[in-house]
Design a protein around this ligand. Structure first.
Ligand code: BTN
Length: 316
């Protein structure tokens, strides 16, 4: 359906005969495909007799040729619809594909977030990016990895001129205090020895409405009012991610990455609650340590907290 959606992506009216001519299909064939686009890709299409069809919201689709043609530290393949780009990359690693490589999608039908959450993944609106990288040399390579990726995402957004970007421990990227991007790292292999990290990144780019998010969220579009070119962001992200990962692998999180994370820490010196199941710790968020654990000052003493099941809230 990519070609049909690409023709409609400008948000202008296109007649059935024009679309049929461009795609070498009958008008009935076009109509059938438009029904498919509505049903399976969730896109709203307006049909007006005498004018034709248009998308109610214009889209900026990923430019597959540009992504395939760029000089990039790893191949970035663009797919149209998949269950989850993390799942695609995990399957490819399991069948023996050699990292590094990345997959991006126009849409995910089962986008996954941290702690079993669903990640809203509408067609053509956001970035759904998964990268496989091999990590050798033991489990300490994983220390702070998700925070390093958070730095890469935040610095990518800053580099394209987005302001008011911050980081919330462990790896949420915030825009004006609301979540704009999330990171999900899954592992394949032996974490104590050689393993492959599947680094999944979701960035809300042009999404303006969704009922699938249950926390305060934002997007570049909502914050800036512009329709963003996602291909350019994917290319910038690849470059920044490559530089940050190279530094992480060589020097670990504890060197300059730690300072860069802290410089973007949105909740520094704020009263917070750290929740783990029924257990709650309350204190003042400080920095992070060299392994990426969050430092919270409780009764005048700084303590380090880490673990995937922890959830951090601002104390109101
Ligand atoms: C979070 O809950 O904050 C993490 C969200 C991670 C979403 C991304 S989108 C690309 C990749 N594929 C997935 O299914 N999830 C990650």
């Amino acid at each position: 359906m990519y070609e049909l959606i690409a023709l409609l992506s400008d948000g202008k009216f296109h007649s059935g005969s024009e679309l049929g001519h461009r795609l070498e299909l009958t008008r009935a064939g076009i109509w059938k495909r438009l029904q498919h686009v509505k049903l399976h890709h969730g896109l709203e299409i307006l049909a007006v007799p005498g004018k034709g069809y248009k998308l109610t919201r214009p889209l900026h689709l990923l430019d597959r040729d540009q992504l395939a043609g760029i000089m990039s530290p790893w191949p970035v393949e663009s797919v149209e619809l998949t269950d989850s780009t993390n799942a695609v990359v995990l399957r490819r690693v399991a069948r023996g594909d050699t990292p590094p490589f990345a997959v991006v999608a126009e849409q995910q039908s089962s986008g996954r977030g941290r702690r079993g959450r669903v990640w809203a993944s509408p067609y053509g609106e956001n970035i759904y990016y998964s990268l496989a990288v091999e990590l050798t040399g033991g489990s300490h390579r994983l220390d702070g990895l998700s925070l390093t990726v958070g730095v890469a995402v935040a610095e990518t957004l800053l580099s394209i001129g987005v302001s008011n970007v911050g980081l919330k421990w462990p790896n949420d990227v915030l825009l004006a205090g609301r979540k704009v991007a999330g990171i999900l790292i899954e592992l394949h292999g032996d974490p104590m020895d050689i393993c492959t990290a599947i680094i999944g990144i979701g960035i809300n780019v042009n999404m303006q409405v969704t009922e699938a998010v249950d926390q305060p969220w934002s997007s570049l579009r909502l914050q800036t009012g512009c329709l963003w070119d996602r291909t350019t962001i994917v290319m910038g992200l690849t470059k920044t991610l490559n530089a940050c990962l190279a530094e992480h692998i060589q020097d670990g999180f504890g060197c300059s990455l730690r300072g860069r994370w802290e410089a973007l820490h949105a909740w520094r010196d704020q009263p917070v609650s750290l929740i783990s199941g029924i257990h709650i710790e309350e204190g003042i968020a400080r920095g992070v340590d060299e392994r990426g654990a969050l430092l919270i000052e409780i009764d005048g003493v700084e303590r380090a907290f880490s673990g995937g099941e922890l959830s951090l809230r601002l104390k109101t």
